[in-house]
Design a protein around this ligand. Structure first.
Ligand SMILES: NC(=O)c1ccc[n+]([C@@H]2O[C@H](COP(=O)([O-])OP(=O)(O)OC[C@H]3O[C@@H](n4cnc5c(N)ncnc54)[C@H](OP(=O)(O)O)[C@@H]3O)[C@@H](O)[C@H]2O)c1
Length: 232
């Protein structure tokens, strides 16, 4: 299977890339600055050779996304999974009176419009059998879990969950699975050093779901990394 992963240079995106490569898949690792890879991504490139393609992919740049999709289509490449992983978390613990609306706009640009742009342009390539679109969401997007002062991130993830549902009803006739996955609170730059979960472990559960080794049962296709239903 060929997987396109956004934000694949560090954190969960890197771990999903590493896990998929380890299992024999091919990965297109979307990064904002190709050529300036960190040591970990360079090591993957050295280990897996042609099975890893590092591609410039800023999820806010629709023209760049369209150009990458067109180039891959010309090369006859196909996809089995699109993993919308890139996201930012800003203005946490900020109450509405002091919220900088630019933080809200930027968050939506990356966390919501980013996945929408990527799917818009890469859906025609998603032709492999048992294909999947994985939108990496968060428990913060669960309305049941809402707590004050997390406006940009939480609202963007709630909206991302709705994007998954909209998309699912459009593509399920083609056998494409669409999931919003909460990866757990993980030790990454975003999650911090005290988080309880290893992102490598979350990545294994997510790749299990992409491979349909775990078939989650959830009314709204919002699940955690182990496939367990999340409250909407
Ligand atoms: N960490 C947690 O505890 C946690 C919990 C729940 C959900 N999540 C979700 O899990 C996913 C991965 O989180 P993480 O913890 O791995 O985050 P992270 O360590 O902060 O990494 C974020 C990734 O997103 C990329 N990115 C940011 N803006 C981008 C843009 N405009 N275009 C393309 N890539 C961009 C970053 O690239 P650069 O290096 O270029 O900045 C980086 O690769 C996110 O969707 C997050 O919301 C995380």
């Amino acid at each position: 299977m060929n997987l396109l992963i956004t934000g694949a240079n560090r954190g969960l995106g890197y771990e999903i890339a590493a896990e998929a490569l380890e299992r024999g898949h091919a990965v297109i690792a979307g990064v904002r600055s190709p050529g300036q890879e960190n040591d970990k991504l360079s090591a993957l490139a050295a280990k897996y050779g042609e099975r890893l393609t590092v591609a410039e992919l800023d999820v806010t740049d629709e023209a760049g996304i369209a150009a990458l999709a067109a180039r891959m289509q010309q090369e006859g490449r196909t996809l089995g999974a699109i993993v919308n992983n890139a996201a930012i978390l800003v203005a946490r613990n900020t109450q509405i009176e002091s919220l900088d609306m630019d933080d809200v706009v930027n968050t939506f640009e990356i966390n919501l419009y980013g996945p929408m742009r990527v799917v818009k342009h890469f859906l025609p390539l998603l032709t492999e059998k048992d294909a999947a679109i994985i939108n990496i969401s968060s428990e913060a997007g669960s309305i049941t879990n809402a707590y004050p002062g997390d406006y940009p991130y939480a609202i963007s993830k709630t909206a991302l969950n709705m994007f998954s549902q909209q998309l699912l009803s459009y593509v399920k006739g083609r056998g494409i699975q669409v999931l919003s996955i909460h990866p757990g609170w993980m030790r990454t730059d975003m999650g911090g050093a005290t988080a309880p979960n290893d992102p490598g472990n979350s990545a294994r559960g997510i790749v299990d779901q992409i491979e349909r080794k775990i078939v989650p049962e959830s009314r709204f296709n919002f699940v955690d990394f182990s496939g367990k239903e999340m409250p909407i």
